[in-house]
Write a protein that binds this ligand. Structure first.
Ligand code: NAP
Ligand code: 8YV
Length: 309
C-alpha cells in the first residue's frame, strides 16, 4: 500500500529525492488552489515532511501519524497540538552540530576582526587612501554560552581552541562539564566579553536576552545569535548597537526573518548572515537522511531515530 505524505515547503534536494522513492508525496506549496488541493489529499495523509506545522494544519489531517521536521529546532511545530492529536514528532539533531559550531566561530572572528568590512574596504578602493584600523581578537577573552547543549558544547570546544575561557548558562548546571556555570543570565552577561546564544526558541526563551542582559554585556560586549531571533529583545538590541550601548553583534537569526531591521545595515559593528548555521551540502544531506530515516522507522514499526513527541 502506498503511503501518502504531505510537504508544505521545499526541502533539500537529496531529501526530496529519497522521499519520492519511498512515498507518494503531495506538495501543497506547489498547488495553485491550495485549499482545494488540501481538501482532496487530507484524508489520505499519514505523515508531514518538514517543519512549520501549526495546530490548524494538524486539525485538517485526520490520519496524520507523524511530523518529521527538517532541523533540530522544533519551535515552528505546534508540539502541544501534535501530542494532543497523538501525532509523533521528530527532528534532525546532532548531524548539524559541527556546521553550526563552525559558523559560530566564523561569525565571531568576522566580527572581532571586521572581515566583511575589510573585504568591502578593499573592493571600494578605500585602502588606496589609508589603512583600515585596528580591532579586537578572541584570544584571552571570555565567552558565555547560553545553551550548553549539543551545539553549545561543540562551540565551547572550538572557542577553547581560540584560547578563550568558556562559561555557560542554562536552566541546569551540568556536573560533568568543566566550565563555570551561571544560574543567572544577567550575571553571566556582566562577566563575559562575548555572549553566544544557542538555546531553543519557543515560550521558555522568548526575549530571554532582555535589554537588561544586553546592557550588562555592555559597550565592549559582543552578542552572537545562532539560536532564534525570538531569544532577543530585537528593538533593544538595535537601539543599543546604534547608541554604543553594546560593542557589536553577529547575527544568523532574526525575529521576523528574512526581514532584518534596516538600522543594522549601516552599522560597522555588526555582521549579518541569512540563517546559514547548517547550510552546507554535507550537513543538509545528513539532515534530510535523518528526516527520511525517522519516517522509515515509523512506517516499519521500529523505534524513531530522534523523537521529540
Ligand atoms: P539542545 O542540545 O537541546 O541544547 C539546548 C540547550 O539550551 C541546553 O543546554 C538547555 O539546557 C538550554 N536551554 C533550553 N531551554 C532553556 C531556557 N529556557 N533557558 C536557558 N537555557 C535553556 O539543542 P541543540 O541541538 O544544541 O540546538 C539548539 C538550538 O540551536 C536549536 O533549538 C535551534 O533553535 C538552534 N539552531 C540554529 C541553527 C542555525 O542555523 N542558526 C541550526 C541549528 C540549531 P537546560 O536544559 O539545562 O536549560
Ligand atoms: C535550518 C535550524 O536552517 O536546525 C535548525 O533548527 O535552524 C537550521 O538547521 C532549518 O531548520 C531548516 O531550514
Amino acid at each position: 500500500m502506498p503511503i501518502d505524505i504531505l510537504q508544505t515547503g521545499k526541502l533539500h534536494a537529496s531529501c526530496e529525492a529519497a522521499l519520492a522513492e519511498r512515498y507518494t508525496v503531495h506538495k501543497l506549496h506547489e498547488a495553485t488552489d491550495r485549499d482545494a488541493f488540501l481538501a482532496e489529499v487530507a484524508p489520505r495523509i499519514r505523515a508531514h515532511a518538514g517543519s512549520g506545522v501549526g495546530a490548524d494544519l494538524i486539525a485538517k489531517l485526520p490520519r496524520l501519524e507523524i511530523i518529521a521536521g527538517f532541523g533540530v529546532g522544533t519551535d515552528s511545530i505546534d508540539l502541544a497540538a501534535a501530542k494532543a492529536a497523538g501525532v509523533r514528532v521528530t527532528n534532525t539533531p546532532d548531524v548539524l552540530n559541527d556546521a553550526v559550531a563552525e559558523l559560530t566561530i566564523g561569525m565571531m572572528i568576522s566580527l572581532a576582526r571586521r572581515i566583511p568590512q575589510g573585504d568591502r574596504f578593499v573592493r571600494d578602493g578605500k585602502w588606496l587612501k589609508g589603512n583600515m584600523g585596528l580591532f579586537s581578537e578572541l584570544t584571552g577573552k571570555t565567552v558565555g554560552i547560553l545553551g550548553l547543549g549539543r551545539i553549545g558544547k561543540e562551540i565551547a570546544t572550538r572557542a577553547q581552541a581560540m584560547k578563550m575561557r568558556v562559561v555557560y548558562h542554562g536552566r541546569n548546571r551540568q556536573e560533568n562539564q568543566p566550565y563555570i556555570y551561571y544560574d543567572k543570565l544577567v550575571e553571566m552577561a556582566r562577566d563575559v566579553d562575548w555572549l553566544v546564544l544557542i538555546a531553543p526558541g519557543g515560550k521558555s526563551t522568548d526575549r530571554i536576552v532582555s535589554r537588561e542582559v544586553l546592557e550588562a554585556l555592555g559597550p565592549q560586549g559582543m552578542l552572537v545569535n545562532m539560536a532564534r531571533g525570538t531569544l532577543v529583545d530585537e528593538p533593544a538590541l538595535v537601539d543599543l548597537l546604534v547608541n554604543g550601548g553594546l560593542g557589536g553583534a553577529a547575527l544568523d537569526v532574526f525575529e521576523k526573518e528574512p526581514q532584518v531591521p534596516e538600522a543594522l545595515f549601516t552599522l560597522d559593528n555588526v555582521v549579518l548572515a541569512p540563517h546559514q548555521g547548517s547550510a552546507t551540502h554535507q550537513t543538509r544531506d545528513a539532515m534530510g537522511a535523518t528526516l527520511v530515516a525517522n519516517l522509515d522507522a515509523h512506517f516499519a514499526g521500529n523505534p524513531l531515530i530522534s523523537p521529540v513527541v
